[in-house]
Write a protein that binds this ligand. Sequence first.
Ligand code: AMP
Length: 208
Amino acid sequence: MKIILLGAPGSGKGTIAKRISQDYSIPQISTGDLFRAIVKEENEFARKIKEILASGSLVPDEITIKMLKDRIEKEDCKNGYILDGFPRSIPQAEALKKIAQIDTVLLVDLPFDTIIERLSSRRTCPNCSEIYSTAKYAGDTCLKCGHKIIQRDDDKPEAIKHRLEVYEKTTAPLINFYSDRLFKVSNDREIDETYRSVKAFLDKAGEE
Ligand code: AMP
């Protein structure tokens, strides 16, 4: 099964992608995580990517598409994958069409004011990408790996605003692009409940 997860930054798509990955034994490919791994390197390219990420803008297509293509050609992608954060624009979707046959597109929906609230309180483990909310967890170390958790630069107020603008302008048009295979799920509730709807949909799609 090849799945795209669409949704604004902070909509909860990363968490849903992780659960799908575990339940269906297919890799979660988060272009954001791939870029954050690059940023840890010490070179000019890494510094350029770091600057783009911190601002909340998109990394140029030629870099992003090549990185994605290399990733989905790996052995573990043979039986499918979940794309989390790609494509993010119509040109990226057009490029993807040439290299992969996507079965399903899930749109995770959440009002922008809830997103702003969630992103502002989000903390991330830079080591294993586990996500926490200051509303639910007051500690400063990752419960999974023990690393110190941080607030991502792009989860700071100015960057959040810019990321949502970029989403609205560049990524939201993909909802129409994929209208023939789109399943929309609202995440304005407990994540377990949202995921139950997603799983019911995927199980049914798998039977067809
Ligand atoms: P995310 O973790 O998905 O919110 O991604 C974090 C950042 O990585 C984004 O704000 C972009 O700067 C960059 N990024 C991730 N995916 C893409 C993509 N498909 N195209 C361009 N830039 C991306």
